[in-house]
Write a protein that binds this ligand. Structure first.
Ligand code: NAP
Ligand code: SF4
Length: 673
C-alpha cells in the first residue's frame, strides 16, 4: 500500500478521554443559522455535511452566555435549558455523521452591536457605534458564572466540548489588554489582575464540566493593535490557561479593529504559523495553527515541522466539505480551494445575511439547494467558459446531463484569467485548476477555440448563454489616442504601461488595476517576511500588540484613480476587504480623485474637472476601467430560430457582474434543469 501523502495531518490526536481522528479542527464561523428561531435544523445539516467529509473536530459559530454578550440584537445565545434542548439537533446530526463538535462561547464585550453591551472599561470600539457600560465587580463575577452555565448547558446539549473565545478583540481580550482595561480593582492594573478573568473562566468551567469534556481556549497570539498584550504576557497566559484545565489552545491573530490583513487573499498561506511555532514549546497541551491554511500540503508541512499539533480550517471547509476525505485519498487536485475572498462568507455575516461560499454556493444551503440526479438526460449547450458557464456545465453534467461547453478562447476561466494576474489574487489559479478537474470528472465535452453561431446550437434541449461581458467603451474626445488602453490590455500584458498612469473608474477592476500597476512582480502575497514588513507586523514581537512601522514598498509609478461619483473611492468593495485595498493603495501613494468629470485625453494626459477645478493629470497611459456591458449577441439570432436560452453571469446582468453571483446563478440554473 502506498504511504499516505499527509501522514501527520491525518494522524489521530489523543486528548486523554477522547481521540480525535485527525489534526483538522474546523474553526468557528458565524454562518447566520445560529439565530434561527424555533429550530437549528439548517445549522445541523451544515455541520453534518462537514462531519461526513471527515473533519476531526468542529467548532460552532459563537453563542453568547448572556444578553449583554450578544454580537448583535437577538444574537445566538445559550443561557437556559430550552436552548440546550434546541441544540440537540446539531449534536445528534454531527455524531450520526461520525463527527465531533464543540460549541463556541463568545461574549462580544464592546464589539456588541447593541446598546446593552458591557466591557471592562467604558471605552467605545472604533468599529461599533455603541459605548459599552463598564462591568461592576459583581458584574464580572456574574459574567464568569454565565460562561460556566453556558458550558454546562453545552454539555447537556450533547456537545463534545466548548471553545472559550479569547481572541479577535472580544471581551476576554478586552480584559487582557491595557488598551481596553483601565480598571483599578482586582480585575485590572497588573497583568496578573487583567488575566484573572480568563483564568477564572477556564478554571470554573473545567470544574463544572468535569475532566471528560473538551475545553478549547482561543488565545490571541498577536493583537496587532497598540497597547495590546506583550509576547511575554501571551506566553504566561498560555501557561496559566493550561494549568486552569484547557485541553487545546486554539489561536487567533489580530483584533477586529486591527488595520493589518490577517485572513485576506493577499496574506501568504500559513502566514502566521511562525507565531504558533514560538508558542508551542512553552505549553504541553496541543496548539492549533490558523489563518490562511487552505491546502493539505501547507497543513502537512507545518505540522510535520512541529509548528503546531493541529490546523484550524474554517473557510476551506465551506469551500469544500470533503477537504479531509480528498486529502486522505491523496487527491488534493480535487479540492475546491478557498480563495480567501471573504465575499460570500464573512461579508455576508457582517451584513446579517446567511453565509455561503463564492466557489461553493451549496455551502450553508444544504437543506434547500440539492443536486438531484436527473430523471431525463438532456443535451445541454453552455456557451462561454467563465465562472458562470463553468459552474453551470459541471453542475449539469454532475447531475447526469450530456453537456457541451463552447469557449471562443483557448482556455477556460473568462474574467478569472484576468483576476489571477493581480498580485494578491493568485488563489484564482486554484479555482481554475479545480474547474478543469471537475470538467474532466463530470465528462463535459469542452470545445475550446470555438466561437459558435446560432446554427450550431439548434438541436440542443437547453442552451445556456454565459458569454460574459465587453468592457464599456467611453465617448470622450481623444478616446482613440494611443495612450488610452483597456484593463484587459493591461492585465494581459499586451501593453507596456508607462510610469504615469490615470485610471478611469474606481470599481473592483479599477482597484485591481491600480494594485497590479503598483505591485507588479511583488512577492508580498507569497513571502511572509515581505508581507510582514509591508504591513508593519513586528516579527520579533518586541512591542505591545506586535506592531512595527510599515516599511515602504518600492514603487515607481505615479497612479491616479478617478471616479465620477461622490464619496470615498472603493465604497462598493467587499465589507471585510475593501479597507485593505484602500490602505494598500494609500500606502503606495496612489492619488484618489472623486467627483471627477472627464473632458478629454491628449498628449498631455487626462483632462478633468475635479469638484469644479479644471486640471490635467499627466499620464503616459489612461486605463479605462469603466464597467462592462453584457455580451449576448447570440440571443437575438437564437430567438429568431425559436431557440429559447438561459442567460447567466455577465451576459445576464453586467452592472452587477461578479464571480459570486455568476457561480451561484450557474449552479442554481443547472440544479433546476
Ligand atoms: P464596477 O465595480 O461597476 O465599477 C465601474 C466603475 O466605472 C465605477 O467606478 C464607475 O464609477 C465607473 N463608470 C461607470 N460608467 C462609466 C462611464 N460611462 N464613464 C466613466 N466611468 C464610468 O465594475 P468593475 O470595476 O468593472 O468591476 C466589475 C465587477 O467585478 C464588480 O461587480 C466588482 O464588484 C467585481 N470585482 C470585485 C473586486 C473586488 O475587489 N472584490 C475586484 C474586481 C472586480 P463612476 O460612475 O463613479 O465614475
Ligand atoms: Fe473562501 Fe471566498 Fe468561499 Fe469565503 S467565500 S469560504 S473566502 S472562497
Amino acid at each position: 500500500m502506498a504511504a499516505p501523502t499527509y501522514p501527520t495531518l491525518l494522524s489521530p490526536l489523543d486528548l486523554g478521554h477522547v481521540v480525535l481522528k485527525n489534526r483538522v479542527l474546523m474553526g468557528s464561523m458565524h454562518v447566520g443559522h445560529e439565530e434561527q428561531i424555533g429550530s437549528l435544523t439548517k445549522l445541523a445539516a451544515y455541520f453534518a455535511r462537514r462531519a461526513e467529509g471527515g473533519v476531526g473536530l468542529m467548532v460552532t459559530g459563537g453563542f453568547s452566555p448572556n444578553v449583554e454578550g450578544w454580537l448583535k440584537p437577538l444574537g445566538g445565545t445559550l443561557a437556559g435549558r430550552w436552548g440546550a434542548h434546541k441544540h440537540k439537533v446539531v449534536t445528534e446530526a454531527t455524531h450520526d455523521a461520525g463527527g465531533r463538535i464543540a460549541m463556541q462561547i463568545l461574549h462580544a464585550g464592546r464589539y456588541g452591536y447593541h446598546p446593552l453591551s458591557v466591557a471592562p472599561s467604558r471605552l467605545k470600539s472604533p468599529i461599533t457605534p455603541f459605548t459599552p457600560r463598564a462591568l461592576s465587580a459583581k458584574g464580572v463575577e456574574r459574567t464568569i458564572e454565565a460562561y460556566v452555565t453556558t458550558a454546562a448547558l453545552a454539555r447537556e446539549a450533547g456537545y463534545d466540548g466548548v471553545e472559550i473565545m479569547g481572541s479577535e478583540g472580544y471581551l476576554i481580550n478586552q480584559f487582557l489588554a491595557p488598551r481596553t482595561n483601565k480598571r483599578t480593582d482586582a480585575w485590572g492594573g497588573s497583568f496578573e489582575a487583567r488575566a484573572r478573568f480568563p483564568r477564572e473562566i477556564v478554571r470554573r468551567v473545567r470544574e463544572k464540566v468535569g475532566p471528560d469534556f473538551i475545553v478549547i481556549y482561543r488565545i490571541s497570539l498577536l493583537d496587532l493593535v497598540d497597547d495590546g498584550s506583550t509576547w511575554d504576557e501571551t506566553v504566561q497566559l498560555a501557561k496559566w490557561i493550561e494549568e486552569a484545565g484547557a485541553s487545546i489552545l486554539n489561536t487567533g491573530i489580530g483584533w477586529h479593529e486591527a488595520r493589518v490583513p490577517t485572513i485576506g487573499t493577499m496574506v501568504p498561506r500559513a502566514g502566521f504559523a511562525w507565531v504558533t511555532r514560538r508558542l508551542k514549546p512553552h505549553v504541553g497541551i496541543p496548539v492549533v495553527a490558523s489563518n490562511r491554511i487552505n491546502m493539505p500540503n501547507v497543513a502537512e508541512e507545518l505540522l510535520a515541522a512541529g509548528d503546531a499539533d493541529m490546523v484550524s480550517l474554517a473557510r476551506p471547509l465551506l469551500a469544500d466539505p470533503d477537504w479531509v476525505a480528498k486529502a486522505a485519498a491523496s487527491d488534493p487536485d480535487a479540492i475546491n480551494t478557498c480563495i480567501a475572498c471573504n465575499q460570500a462568507c464573512l461579508d455576508h455575516a457582517f451584513q446579517n445575511r446567511t453565509a455561503s461560499c463564492l466557489v461553493n454556493p451549496l455551502a450553508c444551503h444544504e437543506t434547500e439547494l440539492k443536486l438531484h440526479p436527473v430523471k431525463r438526460r438532456k443535451r445541454v449547450a453552455v456557451v462561454g467558459a467563465g465562472p458562470a458557464g463553468l459552474a453551470a456545465a459541471t453542475t449539469a453534467a454532475e447531475r447526469g446531463h450530456e453537456v457541451v461547453l463552447f469557449e471562443a478562447s483557448e482556455e477556460v476561466g473568462g474574467q478569472f484569467n484576468l483576476a489571477k494576474r493581480v498580485p494578491g489574487k493568485e488563489e484564482f489559479h486554484e479555482t481554475l485548476r479545480y474547474f478543469r478537474r471537475r470538467l474532466a470528472d463530470t465528462g463535459v465535452d469542452v470545445r475550446l477555440g470555438q466561437r459558435v453561431g446560432a446554427a450550431e446550437l439548434e438541436g440542443f434541449d437547453e442552451v445556456v448563454l454565459s458569454t460574459g461581458v465587453h468592457p464599456r467603451k467611453l465617448k470622450l474626445p481623444g478616446i482613440d489616442h494611443d495612450k488610452v488602453v483597456s484593463y484587459v490590455q493591461v492585465l494581459t500584458g499586451q501593453v507596456k504601461v508607462g510610469e504615469r498612469v490615470a485610471i478611469i473608474g474606481a470599481g473592483g477592476i479599477g482597484f485591481d488595476v491600480a494594485e497590479f500597476l503598483l505591485h507588479e512582480g511583488s512577492t508580498m502575497s507569497t513571502d511572509v517576511p515581505a508581507f510582514s514588513a509591508a504591513w508593519g507586523i513586528d516579527v520579533d514581537i518586541a512591542s505591545r500588540g506586535g506592531l512595527a512601522e510599515r516599511q515602504d514598498v518600492a514603487h515607481t509609478r505615479q497612479i491616479t484613480l478617478c471616479q465620477r461619483s461622490k464619496g470615498p473611492l472603493g465604497k462598493g468593495l467587499g465589507k471585510t476587504t475593501g479597507w485593505i485595498h484602500r490602505a494598500s493603495l494609500k500606502h503606495g501613494e496612489v492619488e484618489m480623485l472623486g467627483e471627477v468629470t472627464y473632458e478629454k485625453v491628449d498628449d498631455a494626459g487626462l483632462h478633468v474637472v475635479v469638484q469644479g477645478q479644471r486640471k490635467v493629470i499627466p499620464a503616459d497611459h489612461v486605463v479605462v476601467c469603466a464597467g462592462q456591458v453584457s455580451a449576448r449577441e447570440l440571443q437575438a439570432p437564437l430567438a429568431a430560430k425559436g431557440v429559447s436560452v438561459h442567460l447567466i453571469g455577465g451576459a445576464d446582468e453586467a452592472a452587477e457582474l461578479d464571480a459570486k453571483r455568476a457561480i451561484d446563478q450557474g449552479t442554481r440554473l443547472a440544479a433546476s434543469l
